[in-house]
Ligand binder design. Sequence first.
Ligand code: HEC
Length: 294
Amino acid sequence: MSDLSPEIIQFVGRFHPLLVHLPIGFLVLLASFEILACWKRMQPLTVVRGSVLMLTVPTVILSSVCGWLLGRSGGYDPLLLEWHRWSGFGVAGACLLVLILHYLNWRAAYAVALACTLISLVWVSHFGGSLTHGPNYLTRYLPSIESRAVGSAPVGPGSVGGGGEASLFTTLVQPVLAAKCVACHGPVKAKCGLRVDTFDEILHSPKCGPILVPGNAAASELVTLLDYPLYQEGHMPPAGEPQMTADEIALLRWWVDAGAPDDKTAAEMKLPANLHHLLNSHAVPLPAAPEKQP
Ligand code: HEC
């Protein structure tokens, strides 16, 4: 595989998100037929089992190969990618097993294997969705008790109460950068020598020159590159990667214009009302401080 050029790998790999929906559709169709066939009148549906499986297996293998190539082109969260890759191969193997059990006519084993395949499929799809749309894509707008309690109050879960509150940088800015930038600008990969995973790293970007000018978002590449048209050179995150939402860009611009402090809370900074909802969606637990480790 090493003699394939990176362009070819990327070109073929990008068919993965398209192809992957074929086996998913076939599996859901098959499962629906199996359930309907519990009614005697619907029993004839089971004659298509073999045909549906004969479509599922080749498409699942093809999309796994494309997915593997796409994963090699880089830019993804390494841990999520690992989970998605191996659980994806697992589902491909499981589809093959379901096909074999069908032809052996081992009905009970077939039913169990099909059910397990569908359950695993939910997980694989979840990892895949998180890779492209960022973690907690699915649950971000889930109306939770917590988010209703916080409502539009200018404080987040990490910054409730009196002294010792978490700063707006840790509760909001850092999680946004972690979700959209750190895969390429973090401890694992630092494209252009640039890391944006901690406040100090943002201030000291060695190769590219300063990317943050506190108080001046228009002069900070940390903000301006996000506003470039998607396909213009230099746009961040690069086209094809999970993009910043308009509100996330607005947040960064507002934070930089407000002097880019790393110690002020959302309440102290008077986070604008239209950005309060970000407090609920980005309240992800951050790694513990190093001194707490044994
Ligand atoms: C998929 C990988 C990837 C992601 C995600 C990504 N970048 Fe980059 N970034 C790069 C690469 C590659 C370069 C260097 C080449 C270039 O300038 O296009 C770069 C360069 C930069 C530069 C320096 C530009 C210069 O030449 O001075 C800044 C600033 C930057 N990125 C900010 C960000 C921010 C902020 C995010 C998140 C919103 C982000 N990047 C997300 C890959 C990425």
